[in-house]
Design a protein around this ligand. Sequence first.
Ligand code: PRP
Ligand code: URA
Length: 209
Amino acid sequence: MSNLVHESQHPLVKHKLTKLRDKNTTPKKFRELIREISILLAYEATRDMALEPTEVETPLTKTTGAILKEQIGLVPVLRAGLGMVEGVWEMMPGSEVWHIGLFRDESTLNPVQYYNKLPTAPTVQVCLVLDPMLATGGSAAATIDILKKWGAPRIKYLGIIAAPEGIEALHTAHPDVPIHIATIDDHLNETGYIVPGLGDAGDRQFGTA
Ligand code: PRP
Ligand code: URA
């Protein structure tokens, strides 16, 4: 596997992922788990963020600390990526959030864009694309195409469950983009669902199944 593909080995991620997959998990609990796993993934995915020194005054003395140097953009892919925003944003409250709307055409499995309000020039240095499911990889690759055309200097993909087919497709389309994923599952089925997976991540979050 490429060293740009990072599959989490964290026990907390594995524990929460098991609850997330459970078909009896309610939408409320499902949303909580998506939020919590996203925080853990963001922690792992931001290890290499640039810092700049800053002076801070404690009650005892002055010392040199560090703050994030680059402006970060969180890019949730509607709808299912929405659930990943809140937790990651809490960790990086100074981030901008730019939504991209895509859905998969059910017959072709190709992504169809329906929302993009990016301004003409990029306003961030690092984009974190948030989407829990990487199935064929079409939606993730299309989102990253949009961000590259926008001029985003650095992009990372954060997802929860991937099919090997999706990892391969995304890495082939965008070999420079690190992929941070909670787990890589077995395969895609004939209707484009990840197996064992968790079903439809949008429907399970929003109670629309
Ligand atoms: C899901 C998911 C991804 C996409 C992944 O969205 O959130 O965006 O499918 O599939 P792909 O890798 O084959 O492109 P969906 O199209 O179901 O839309 P929704 O989030 O609005 O339900
Ligand atoms: N989108 C989902 O929500 N689930 C899958 O298994 C594949 C695509």
